[in-house]
Design a protein around this ligand. Structure first.
Ligand code: PRX
Length: 651
């Protein structure tokens, strides 16, 4: 990764008096929470469980072990339905007319306000309709949607009837969609005619039709009308959402779910080619979503909260849908991109909807920073009081720009570290009670026990650097890899015995602050999108002219990391610019636009050990143009290939 991402930065931005005055987690309260969660987790989380609605309150709180078989159970005798905490409860408590979802279209002239009551009605109708189709508790339903209100309705309707949703990002290709549907054995798919982003349309239904050719388990497809583009409807299988909803029972009883019943699957990349179905259960996830959304964003009733993520990622699940809705917040859902119609869009939307809390990714901040201050200053932004960052390390320069230019030094910045697997934020400042250091995610939340270990698993003390592990369970933790518990144990609990391994490296400073340095495995983070290099490699070798491929991350100014590919062609094939363009398009088609290679280098050979293992360390260095530190290449089968790669590196 780029060295500027790791620049040590000694500046400490104190706890702003203003923020401290308004925040409800004071320094003292935070300390008390940290202490209580450590000393008496059952007492602490038993109390926090009351923040959501239960049909039967749990009497057993924590029952977890990271050893041997790995057992993670929270609130195990509790019964609940996640949609009740997000909907019914607010209606019963007089919040029915509050805006739940504030939708802002890709087209700046389009928006929609959906109250809690309207959301409840839409969810119930879809839930009833799905039940009528025979979909129920434990069935997996894939959701492949644009960023429209119906995406959240679909998720909540699944939760209401006990179906397990598996949201697939709308930017994924038909192949990527198909493999996720197959892995989950989904019985139904919810999609839309088209999506819209940055003025362009995304043919979701057409992609889905192509994917479904290979997905015999899917019996029903529910299609939302969004752009009104013509689509093919497959008789008997495909249903218009609106038609189903019109005939559906407006009453939809929430399915009673055990706290440990599965709530959703979300696929994420690991070191191997096949994405893992991260499985979250109901009780612990909901408590964690609600707790972290409130304490990290210091959420106050009546405030407008905006997380710019997509519901296709975990950030969208926890911090657009479940966390904010559980807390009765008004959550802004944005269909578009920061650069359309122009680079001031974020700030124009902040003013238009008087946004108080704004949560985005470092890649967006860096892209906007490059455009200078003018597009920011065109808008007032005086409603903002808190800024958040997520998805990748934020370099101090970008942090400071966000803090000074966007927030005018008035808004605390919460740099939130977490993962799909963790369900919600684990390391972050609590505004008003933790002094900020630009570039550091700072300290663990109450109940979270991070540690650093060396490569042998030895715990490291004090100011140091190492592999980031978590030594005890928290309620929002994933429970298994869908359909493959062995892989769950292998991936997360076998590298370091008895500890959850995050796959990240981190530094800890003298104040105990964590500075995440990035992945230590073969996962790269491209513009905040997590990607397995093995996935891109298998897409490349699927091309008939490619013999072999190795993919590594390279430093990228805006995206954090870019995708650098070394490609060996089959004997007799000649490199050409046309083939280069063809391979780029090939990967886009196989995985999706987010996987588009930034650089492709023709490699007559790859550096391998005598036993045939590719030396990725060397490939990463060449891609990063760090040619002095290539290290010992004498163990390579053919050291000359390195000279060739160095001489012909691209970009
Ligand atoms: O490497 C870390 C990075 O993103 C990874 C998790 O990616 P994903 O499961 O897609 O979830 C992204 C949204 C939570 C982590 O292993 N990451 C996430 N947040 C941060 C981060 N790296 C540094 N600082 C962060 N705040």
């Amino acid at each position: 990764m780029d060295t500027h991402l790791h620049a040590h930065h000694d500046e400490v931005i104190g706890i702003k008096a203003d923020a401290a005055a308004r925040t409800h987690v004071s320094v003292e309260r935070r300390q008390a929470m940290v202490r209580e969660a450590a000393v008496d987790p059952n007492g602490f989380w038993g109390k926090e469980a009351n923040r959501i609605s239960w049909m039967v309150k749990p009497s057993k709180i924590k029952n977890t072990s990271f050893h041997d078989d790995v057992q993670i159970k929270w609130f195990e005798d509790g019964i609940l339905n996640a949609s009740v905490s997000c909907l019914d409860r607010h209606l019963e408590e007089g919040r029915g007319d509050r805006v739940a979802i504030l939708w802002e279209g890709d087209d700046p002239s389009m928006d929609e306000r959906v109250t809690y009551r309207e959301l409840y009605n839409r969810v119930c109708r879809l839930g009833s309709a799905m039940r009528r189709l025979g979909i129920g508790k434990g069935d997996v339903v894939t959701i492949y949607m644009p960023m429209i209100v119906d995406a959240a309705v679909a998720m909540l309707a699944c939760a209401r009837i006990g179906a397990i949703h598996s949201v697939v990002f709308g930017g994924f290709s038909p192949d990527s969609l198909a493999s996720r549907i197959q892995d989950g054995n989904s019985v139904a798919l919810i999609t839309a005619d088209e999506g819209r982003r940055g003025g362009r349309s995304v043919p979701l239904k057409a992609n889905a039709d192509q994917a479904l050719l290979e997905c015999p388990t899917v019996k029903h497809v529910i299609v939302a009308r969004n752009t009104d583009a013509p689509v093919n409807m497959h008789p008997g299988r495909d249903h218009w959402w609106a038609t189903l909803a019109r005939h559906a029972d407006p009453v939809c009883q929430p399915e009673p779910m055990n706290a440990e019943d599965p709530m959703f699957i979300l696929y994420t990349s690991g070191s191997t080619g096949k994405p893992k179905g991260v499985l979250h259960t109901t009780g612990g996830y909901m408590v964690w979503a609600s707790f972290t959304h409130e304490v990290v964003f210091d959420y106050r009733p009546g405030e407008i909260y905006w997380c710019t993520a997509d519901v296709g990622w975990v950030t969208g699940h926890t911090y657009i849908v479940y966390g904010p809705l559980a807390n009765g917040a008004t959550t802004l859902m944005f269909e578009g991109v920061p650069s359309y119609p122009d680079n001031s869009r974020f700030w124009q939307v902040v003013d238009k909807h008087q946004v108080n809390i704004f949560y985005t990714a470092p890649t967006a901040i860096r892209a906007l920073m490059r455009e200078g201050e003018k597009p920011v200053k065109r808008w007032r932004r005086d409603s903002l009081r808190l800024l958040g960052s997520v998805g990748e390390p934020i370099n101090p320069e970008a942090w400071l720009w966000y803090y000074r230019v966007v927030g005018e030094e008035r808004c605390p910045v919460v740099d939130t570290w977490w993962q799909t697997e963790t369900g919600g934020i684990l390391i972050s400042p609590l505004p008003g009670s933790v002094a900020q250091k630009p570039g550091s995610a700072t300290l663990p939340l109450p109940g979270v026990k991070p540690a650093l270990v060396d490569n042998d698993g030895k715990l490291l003390e004090g100011a140091t650097e190492g592999n980031l592990v978590i030594t005890d369970s928290w309620p929002g933790q994933m429970r298994t890899v869908f359909g493959d518990h062995e892989r769950f144990i292998q991936t997360y609990f076998s590298t370091f015995k008895g500890m959850y391994f995050t796959g990240d490296g981190a530094r800890r400073d003298e104040d105990g602050y964590y500075w995440i340095t990035g992945r230590v495995d073969d996962v790269i983070n491209v513009a905040g999108h997590r990607m397995g290099t093995a996935e891109v490699e298998s897409a490349l070798v699927a091309h008939p002219k490619v013999a072999e491929a190795a993919v590594v991350g390279m430093p990228h100014e805006i995206k954090g990391q870019g995708i650098y590919c070394y490609v060996t062609l089959n004997a007799g094939e000649e490199p050409s610019d046309a083939l280069l363009a063809e391979l780029r398009n090939w990967v886009r088609r196989e995985i999706g636009p987010i996987a588009t290679p930034d650089a492709i280098q023709w490699a007559p050979g790859l550096p391998k050990t005598r036993s045939g293992k590719i030396m990725r360390r060397i490939l990463r260095k060449i891609a990063a143009n760090e040619l002095d530190g290539l290290g010992d290449t004498s163990t390579l089968a053919d050291p000359a290939v390195v000279d060739d790669l160095v001489a012909n590196r691209v970009m």
